[in-house]
Design a protein around this ligand. Structure first.
Ligand SMILES: Nc1ncnc2c1ncn2[C@@H]1O[C@H](COP(=O)(O)OP(=O)(O)OP(=O)(O)O)[C@@H](O)[C@H]1O
Ligand SMILES: [Mg+2]
Length: 266
């Protein structure tokens, strides 16, 4: 099982929407997907639990973190461990942080044969949940927006003394690989084009290559169909509208590149 965490300290950049669509994309390719929602906002949980393809585990993420042995529903190939409101209080239970991390690690190890991928959606504003997801994952994907503030935020994403990817890699998880930054909600405005060029100039190595040309980098445009899919709990590929099909075609280029990165041996 390959474990991928969607992470960025910034809120509203599309972590949940892309995590849900990526999960569906992988399931459509006959992969078995376990989805863990670490966010008390429950945006992914709400969307996924509306979908009939998804089996909701009989316990929440907090219950998973608190328990030592939890059975999964191995007969299903698309399982959601839903978030819950108490997740936001875990940060204060400092004496239990190691236990939470150990329990999540055991859970992932027990699930490893039953699933091909585990996708973990995280909360913005890093805390123990964000840290343990990064400590226990092999891959991280960071959706970002193309505004100045977000581009400046990349430095914190990587270099933050506690939650920065470099610190987590160095101290806890040398195997953690940044698949890359994935510009999301990209608009064809001069402002965003300028910011994309600046991002490429400064951080080309952190972007996700989609083809042989130097400027072939994964990115996802703003598409109403993506927000609609998320609101309805649907996969773009299952929606009848032409706009959803078109959005899927665009999104698929990025998802294929993410999947290729995860297929490489580490
Ligand atoms: N490419 C896109 N086009 C249009 N709408 C999008 C796109 N990506 C995400 N959205 C919408 O933008 C909103 C914010 O996205 P989402 O909830 O996925 O962000 P997030 O990073 O998970 O936020 P949070 O940090 O609060 O968890 C949602 O309504 C989502 O449906
Ligand atoms: Mg979210």
């Amino acid at each position: 099982m390959k474990t991928l965490v969607l992470a960025n300290q910034k809120g509203g950049v599309g972590k949940s929407a892309l995590a849900c669509q990526l999960a569906h994309y992988l399931v459509c390719k006959a992969k078995r997907v376990l989805f863990i929602d670490l966010d008390h906002q429950r945006n992914s949980s709400r969307a996924l639990s509306l979908n009939s393809k998804v089996t909701v585990a009989p316990f929440t993420t907090t219950e998973l973190l608190e328990a030592t042995e939890l059975p999964l529903a191995p007969e299903s190939s698309f399982v959601l461990v839903p978030g819950d409101e108490t997740l936001s209080g875990l940060e204060r239970r400092v004496e239990l942080h190691n236990g939470f991390t150990n329990n999540l690690q055991d859970f992932l190890e027990n699930a490893a044969d039953a699933f091909d991928y585990c996708l973990i959606d995280t909360n913005p504003n890093p805390d123990i949940r964000y840290a343990m997801a990064l400590v226990l994952s092999q891959y991280v994907l960071s959706p970002i927006e193309l505004n100045q503030e977000a581009i400046e935020g990349i430095r914190a994403l990587l270099g933050h003394a506690r939650y920065g990817l470099y610190n987590i890699q160095r101290r806890f998880n040398p195997k953690l690989r940044l698949i890359g930054l994935l510009p999301n909600m990209v608009e064809p405005t001069p402002f965003q084009k300028k910011n994309f060029i600046a991002l490429i100039q400064e951080h080309a190595k952190l972007l996700i290559s989609t083809g042989p040309a130097a400027h072939d980098f994964a990115s996802i445009p703003t598409r109403t169909a993506i927000a609609e899919a998320q609101a309805e709990g649907a996969y773009l590929g299952d929606m009848k509208k032409t706009s959803a099909r078109e959005a899927l075609r665009e999104v698929r280029l990025s998802f294929e590149a993410v999947e290729r990165q995860m297929a490489m041996e580490i």
